[in-house]
Design a protein around this ligand. Structure first.
Ligand SMILES: [Zn+2]
Ligand SMILES: [Zn+2]
Length: 471
């Protein structure tokens, strides 16, 4: 509206107001909702069209070209997402109409999905007419209604100090998930457990979680119980993003508490970065909460260095022989060293196998020997080594080149490297407790045959191991 002022400051009559009637299209399969909306809009001076399904709505939208479309999310034949995409991809609409998606529920993932599909606004039923009219009277859309996020408490030195004291300085390892490939709950896996990879390490006041398989769920619950109102500061080191190593993360309770600080570290995968890979398993078709909605202070760090520190703990990463980008971690703490190599196939036997191309050529065998030497160096003199020993020697013949270890090789490497304690890890989903018992027994026989001193145990859910300080 144009207002003009004369030089004397007295207001002259404003120019006449001509405002075209705006049009709206209401699409909802519930006539009660639809009638209320139509009535409210008409009372506010809108010209309104109505449809009771997405398909009819789309046809009407093309015919009437309304200024605003109010569209239900869940409707038969064409839902609100599909409707938004159809409109946004149709060049006929220029300018594009404003789209308000309405829904019975207030799930954040539905709001985000609607906005991603092209909606400008998202409202939860029952729709308050004042709210709707207010939104429609605004200049532009995209008024995404978020729950107000509480002010996040800043990190204080006192918080981290108290946490470190609670964690303690002793070096401890605890197994929360020891299984490879897929969770295997059930009576035949009661002893060793069915959760996929997750190991907790506490040392030098630091809490480090190795991999985020399904075992991380129970770890998260116990951490919340233990630390209560004290903020948790933890690092999650990811060996690789195969599903058995990350699938528990969406269920890690500390990540849902704004007072906690979680840093996830790992290496870039072949096709997309660590952040994209981790968050994709939480996208809407697979999970109801996106990673961006996890309210903790969550920091994803894709690293390229193979040596770094977490507090005083020295971390060294080692590229494993496994499909894709996969690492093992060595943690040198003040009280001792721990190696975590959950998925790895030693080279020598792989290269000696008769079905391998160029097998047994001296050059190939020499290469394999050198690669295994690197591994020996990586685990040399470690107090605890947690290593992939998925198969026994017989089974291994059928799984050569799959990227997993055979117990005979893993034991030999550990003995040569003077490892104090070896945990057989990444148990095969087809191995029941009795089979793992036999593998553990066989492994200790092998150590004796090699004249070694390494103590071998099959990793078991719930078991802890404390590294005694060297005197
Ligand atoms: Zn695995
Ligand atoms: Zn893997």
């Amino acid at each position: 509206m144009a207002l003009t002022f004369c030089h004397s400051g007295l207001k002259t009559s404003p120019s006449p107001r001509f405002e075209a009637v705006k049009s709206a299209l209401v699409i909802d399969d519930d006539p009660i909702v639809s009638n209320v909306l139509v009535q409210n809009l008409q009372e506010a001076g809108w010209s309104v069209h109505e449809a009771n399904c997405g398909e009819d709505g789309l046809r009407l939208a093309r015919e009437k070209e309304p200024d605003v479309i109010i569209c239900d999310l869940l409707m038969p034949r064409m839902n609100g997402y599909q409707f938004c995409r159809e409109i946004r991809n149709d060049e006929k609409f220029s300018p594009q109409p404003r789209i308000v998606v309405i829904s019975c529920s207030n799930y954040a993932t539905d709001r985000e999905g609607s906005l991603a599909a092209g909606a400008d606004d998202f409202l939860t039923k029952p729709i308050k007419s004042t709210e709707l009219i207010h939104i429609l009277s605004q200049e532009s859309g995209t008024t995404f209604f978020r729950k107000p996020t509480p002010d996040l408490p800043g990190i204080t030195l006192a918080d981290t100090r108290v946490f470190s004291q609670m964690v303690g300085s002793n070096t401890r390892v605890r197994f929360w998930g020891v299984r490879g490939s897929i969770p295997t709950p059930g009576p035949s896996t009661m002893k060793y457990g069915g959760n996929t990879t997750c190991v907790e390490v506490r040392a030098d006041g630091q809490l480090i979680v190795l991999d985020a398989g399904t075992g991380i769920r129970q770890l998260g619950r116990e951490l919340m119980n233990e630390f209560q109102s004290q903020p948790i500061f933890c690092h999650v080191l990811i060996s690789h993003t195969h599903w058995d190593h990350i699938q528990g993360f969406p269920f890690f309770m500390p990540a849902y508490d704004p007072k906690n600080h979680i840093t996830v570290m790992g290496y870039e995968g072949a096709r997309q970065g660590l952040q994209a890979t981790l968050s994709s398993q939480m996208e809407s078709p697979y999970f109801p909460v996106s990673m961006q909605q996890m309210p903790s202070n969550l920091n994803i760090e894709e690293t390229s260095d193979t040596e770094f520190h977490i507090g005083p703990i020295e971390i060294t990463a080692f590229f494993a022989n496994h499909p894709g980008v996969c690492v093992g971690y060595r943690l040198d703490t003040r009280q001792g060293s721990i190696v975590f190599l959950p998925d790895n196939e030693p080279h020598s036997r792989l290269r000696m196998a008769p079905n391998q191309e160029n097998a047994q050529s001296l050059e190939v065998l020499e290469y394999a020997r050198k690669e295994d030497e690197k591994l020996i160096e990586f685990i040399q003199d470690a107090d605890v080594v947690i290593m992939d020993a998925q198969y026994d020697a017989d089974e291994y013949k059928s799984y050569i080149g799959w990227g997993h270890g055979c117990v005979d090789d893993v034991v030999a490497l550990a003995v040569i490297a003077n490892v104090k304690k070896l945990y057989l890890f990444h148990h095969d989903p087809d191995h029941d407790d009795a089979m793992i018992d036999r593998m553990e027994e066989w492994a200790n026989e092998l150590v004796a045959n090699h004249g070694g001193t390494t103590v071998v145990e099959a990793a078991r859910e719930g078991v802890s191991c404390v590294i005694e300080p060297a005197h």
